[in-house]
Ligand binder design. Sequence first.
Ligand SMILES: Nc1ncnc2c1ncn2[C@@H]1O[C@H](COP(=O)(O)OP(=O)(O)OP(=O)(O)O)[C@@H](O)[C@H]1O
Ligand SMILES: [Mg+2]
Length: 234
Amino acid sequence: MPLLEAIDVHGGYGGMNILNGVNMTIEADEVGVIVGPNGAGKSTMLKAIFGLLTITQGEIRLRGEAITNLSPHKLVEMGMGFVPQENNIFPSLSVEENLEMGAFLKPGTASRLKAQIYEFFPPLLEKRRQPAGELSGGQRQMVAMGRALMNEPSVLLLDEPTAGLSPLYMNEIFERVKTINAAGVGVLMVEQNAKQALRIAHKGFVLAAGQNRFTDTGAALLDDPQVAKSFLGG
Ligand SMILES: Nc1ncnc2c1ncn2[C@@H]1O[C@H](COP(=O)(O)OP(=O)(O)OP(=O)(O)O)[C@@H](O)[C@H]1O
Ligand SMILES: [Mg+2]
């Protein structure tokens, strides 16, 4: 049974369709990566999965169960975590307080989970009492991911976790994603750093104009000359 399935998903904003039949499947132990040009509908697809816009046709399933158009709150209870690209931390709260905000479902588990998150993201331990807004871009991204992990999701949706980061930090974030995945969390992530992201992707989805253009393993997409030419800058 796949962890997460999107079947022929249609939807958009205010009656205008952006997604025109998107299909995606990831297994429990996989990292899935969504790439594609600006405006392709990548962020819209994550929002559709997370219940932030109405799906007008098609279905989303979590471990076989239909979750189409459930509320974000309900989806978090069911084990889904979402890190939007922007405004994903509370800048004036400390790192630790940001993480604690994430544990709203099970406050009793906060200290155990914080310890685990500091293991995933060692730089955060040192900075735990600092306002999160004072951290570097890469570390702020770690706070955002850490906060989502505080509810122990089985699937984590990430929208461009490496946007605006230096190559060093980009690689560090991808390494963390691999570690989190190896610890048992399925990941579906949108990325503009497409080549690097596809290198860690079990599944890759090239979206264009709200549809799958190419769907394969990350390695196969990287090897496909058509994908390289049209979507990966040659
Ligand atoms: N809240 C919104 N209301 C109306 N239209 C929107 C909204 N958000 C996005 N769109 C439109 O939907 C289309 C897809 O946007 P989306 O943000 O999903 O693209 P994307 O693939 O994530 O692009 P990018 O790489 O720039 O992040 C675009 O044409 C965009 O203008
Ligand atoms: Mg986007």
